[in-house]
Design a protein around this ligand. Structure first.
Ligand code: FO1
Length: 321
């Protein structure tokens, strides 16, 4: 079975580990979000691609869900000693190697998709990881700074890491998305998929950014195969991260049903909500999206595998409908 997954960071990566366990024979292509990318110290950092690559490749810092295991921060300390900022983004020594190799290859003219393939040769994640685009897309957030009251547009990473999403996101803009083209292999993977999954990633800055690349949303809507998503919101709050903050920016309430409606029945055929949101099933089905309430907390690999299996089961129900 060919499965295409639109993945963001931590939630998407953990779901993928469960999907591999649930469907070990499946041929999985991951379309990775690159809107979180940031250029630091002359290097291109791709947080969501690296989180998928490290998580499935066995190198992830498990508690954090990002960055490497057994990290040291000598480079970070030395850079800070020179006053070379920013200091708020925690790049570890092992992680720096990934960004150096990536930036070297990009500078030699390789597209991000080829670079990602080369990095995955080392990590062997067991999926094909393709960036949503080879073109530069960087999500920025409009905020009103708490101390000065000044309105600023800042990089997503500054909003998420430095400000801890502590202020309202007044607008979320994937800069460059309109001009971006799907990376080689993205549209082909969607066209050849037997099922397409939206994991519990951030519906605005992760899955939403991937869908903002012209051609991807249309390809999924026209794929003619079941598209099933899993709610990243459980009990009106995001399981992890700050999805509620950016959902507010796009006028979507932080509920499992509202996220399904946000994706829309033109895109989604099925939607899994957590058992605590069982009351949402009726509203989602009224929106023309088949809905089931199942446990959605990825407390461990077995739980993630059960969720993935539920999504595949719902996809078959939808296919047969
Ligand atoms: N998240 C943090 O909360 N603090 C950090 O210092 C931080 C550093 C970092 C370095 C590399 C990387 O790939 C990810 C990193 N992240 C950090 C996570 C990152 O902000 C998120 O993983 C995604 O951008 C959102 O999913």
């Amino acid at each position: 079975m060919r499965i295409v997954v639109l993945a963001g960071g931590i939630g998407g990566a953990r779901f993928l580990r469960g999907l591999q366990r649930a469907s070990p024979e499946a041929d999985i292509t991951v379309i990775g979000n690159t809107g979180d990318d940031i250029h630091l110290f002359g290097l291109k950092v791709c947080p969501d691609l690296d989180t998928v690559m490290y998580t499935l490749g066995g190198g992830i810092n498990e508690e954090q869900g990002w960055g490497r295991t057994d990290e040291t921060f000598h480079l970070k300390e030395e850079l800070a000693a020179y006053g070379a900022g920013p200091e708020w983004f925690g790049l570890g020594d092992r992680d720096f190697a990934t960004h150096i190799v990536r930036t070297q290859m990009l500078s030699a003219g390789y597209p991000l998709s080829a670079v990602t393939e080369a990095l995955c040769d080392r990590w062997k994640p067991g999926v094909r990881l393709i960036p949503m685009s080879d073109d530069r897309v960087e999500t920025h957030v409009a905020v009103t700074l708490p101390d000065s009251g000044e309105r600023r547009v800042i990089h997503f990473q500054e909003y998420w890491v430095r400000l801890r999403a502590s202020v309202a996101a007044e607008a979320v803009v994937p800069v460059g998305a309109e001009q971006a083209k799907p990376a080689p292999g993205v549209l082909e993977a969607i066209a050849e998929a037997d099922v397409i999954l939206f994991p519990p990633s951030n519906p605005v800055v992760s899955v939403g950014t991937i869908l903002a690349v012209p051609g991807i949303r249309e390809a999924i809507a026209d794929a003619g195969v079941p598209v099933v998503g899993l709610s990243p919101i459980v009990g009106d709050a995001p399981v992890r991260g700050m999805a509620d903050k950016v959902l507010a920016a796009v006028g979507v309430e932080s509920t499992a049903a509202a996220v399904a409606e946000h994706y829309g029945s033109g895109l989604l055929d099925g939607w899994l909500v957590d058992t605590v949101d069982a009351s949402a099933v009726e509203r989602v089905e009224a929106a023309g999206i088949r809905c089931r309430a199942v446990p959605l907390m990825m407390s461990d690999l077995d739980a993630a595998a059960r969720m993935a299996q539920e999504a595949l089961t719902l996809a078959e129900e939808v296919r047969g409908a």
